[in-house]
Design a protein around this ligand. Structure first.
Ligand code: AMP
Length: 483
């Protein structure tokens, strides 16, 4: 099946051909015809599947087919001013900017324009751009509402709405904002929802605003990216930085994306790597948008060897064939692991994801393995071997979870090195004073990282992991709403 055979216009086929896409990915093959036919879509697809083109290409075509936007020529108003007809909501600034870049790339041969609006940067230029007129608006929820409240945005002409990475939006506490935005949109419209996982909240949201959606799922839900080799290197927490530097220099790794759980941890690690003469920068919500964009550009161009990122900051980073992802800290939300390793092995390319795991993270590891339904192989690194045993006072012990395989996997593991014995347990308190393992703490924390307008915290977090349950599939929604 080619892009042309999917029914796409010549100008769109030309654009993707110029980008080097020869064959549509499975999500594209399934989603494009449905969207072209005007149907709603509930898409179960994680990042790296080509989902962005899966909704952007047909969305653009629908807009061209609908004809040019009405250009109001009210006295005193620019004759070019026209309200957006398509709205794409994303959870983070990076994803927002990136999706908008995709809209521009795929629409380069069309006479449509697009614009991204997100928080953390001045609102003035965004208001000015909206005054000039926009066809496709890509936005984070908080800034979109700000613009609307300030009278800078007319949402009454929206014909197509896309919620991208809806699970992440809910995780970040955006549900109220999303529901408020839905109230501002015309009832008659086409709606698409994409999510890597389906929690009860996603089901409820989809039930509320999609009409007889076509369910499109690619890959196993919550399955870790297929082309990524995944491995655990057991290590004492105090020696993680040393091991990371060792792996990078010994293996001559370039373009390494390293995940830490906290902003402070990201800063500290980047500084230490620089001291080890490894070019590294940290990106997280406390960095200015300019600093983050620069770091990302240097990383993408290959100038910067290591980018250290928190989960939120890394959301939406899209780099083709990113070869190495390192989990310096395991995420306390198991779904984040799937998102993290989705940074590598994208769209069929191979990649490697390594996790540096210390005893205090065994419960997180167990949650992840439960979610991805497989055990990750342990490969001790010579000189860093250690026996992984849950550290007293850590997540595993608090939740009463043992670890089924406490035997050392190294042929001759050091039971506990002097360094290990004297080692303090990993810091368990976030700055807010809330435990790291608290899902409830996350949306607010993440919102603060992102500088979005505040919204009440959600009583329910991600389904699964932290309660010791995996995310459930959504049979009622999936079966019941198929149109
Ligand atoms: P996404 O899942 O939308 O984040 O896309 C992941 C990556 O796959 C992006 O770098 C896209 O440019 C790339 N991509 C999307 N569709 C295709 C395709 N049909 N062929 C090759 N690469 C693609």
């Amino acid at each position: 099946m080619s892009f042309k055979e999917l029914g796409l216009a010549e100008a769109l086929v030309r654009a993707v051909t110029e980008l080097g896409y020869t064959t549509p990915t499975p999500i594209q093959t399934q989603a494009i015809p449905v969207v072209l036919a005007g149907g709603d879509v509930l898409g179960g697809a994680q990042t790296g599947t080509g989902k962005t083109a899966g909704f952007v290409l047909p969305l653009l075509q629908r807009l061209i087919e609908a004809g040019p936007a009405p250009r109001p020529a009210k006295p005193g108003k620019s004759a070019r001013a026209w309200p957006p007809r398509a709205l794409i909501l994303t959870p983070t600034r990076e994803l927002c900017a990136q999706v908008e870049a995709s809209v521009r790339a795929y629409g380069k041969h069309l006479s449509l324009n697009s614009f991204a609006v997100f928080g953390g940067v001045g609102i003035g230029p965004q208001m000015a751009a909206l005054r000039r007129g926009v066809d496709v608006l890509v936005a984070t929820p908080g800034r979109l509402l700000d613009l609307h409240q300030q009278g800078a945005l007319d949402l009454t002409q929206i014909k197509i709405l896309v919620l991208d990475e809806a699970d992440r939006m809910l995780d970040m506490g955006f549900i109220r904002d999303i529901r408020r935005i839905l109230q501002l949109l015309p009832k008659e419209r086409q709606s698409l929802l994409f999510s890597a996982t389906f929690s009860d909240e996603i089901k409820a949201l989809a039930d509320d605003f999609l009409v007889s959606p076509k369910l499109i799922e690619v890959g196993r839900r919550n399955a870790a990216a297929e082309f990524v080799s995944q491995v655990v290197h057991p290590v004492e927490r105090a020696r993680k930085r040393e091991l990371l530097a060792h792996l990078i220099t010994r293996n001559n790794w370039f373009q390494v994306l390293v995940f830490t759980r906290t902003k402070h941890g990201a800063n500290k690690l980047a500084e230490q790597l620089v001291r080890d003469r490894i070019p590294a920068l940290a990106i997280h919500g406390n960095k200015s948008q300019g600093a983050r964009t620069r770091a990302l550009a240097e990383f993408k161009s290959g100038e910067l060897q290591v980018l250290v990122a928190t989960d939120i900051a890394a959301r939406g980073i899209d780099i083709d064939q990113l070869p190495h992802v390192v989990n310096y800290d395991l995420p306390n939300v198991p779904e984040d692991y799937v998102h993290r390793i989705g940074r590598t092995g994208r769209a069929g390319q191979s990649g490697a994801a390594v996790s540096l795991v210390s005893g205090d993270e065994l419960a997180y590891l167990a949650d992840i393995e439960r979610l991805i339904k497989r055990q990750l192989p342990h490969e001790p690194i010579v000189g860093f071997e250690t026996r992984l045993v849950a550290t007293p006072g850590t997540a595993g012990e608090r939740r009463g979870q043992g670890y089924k395989n406490q035997a050392p996997r190294a042929p001759r593991a050091q039971a506990s090195t002097p360094k290990g014995r004297g080692q303090a347990p990993a810091p368990r308190q976030a700055k807010s004073g809330k435990p790291h393992g608290s899902t409830a703490a996350q949306p607010e924390q993440r919102r603060r990282n992102y500088g979005e307008a505040p919204a009440p915290r959600q009583p329910r977090g991600f389904s699964g992991g932290l309660q010791g349950k995996s995310s459930r599939p959504a049979p009622a929604l999936l079966g019941g709403r198929r149109g």
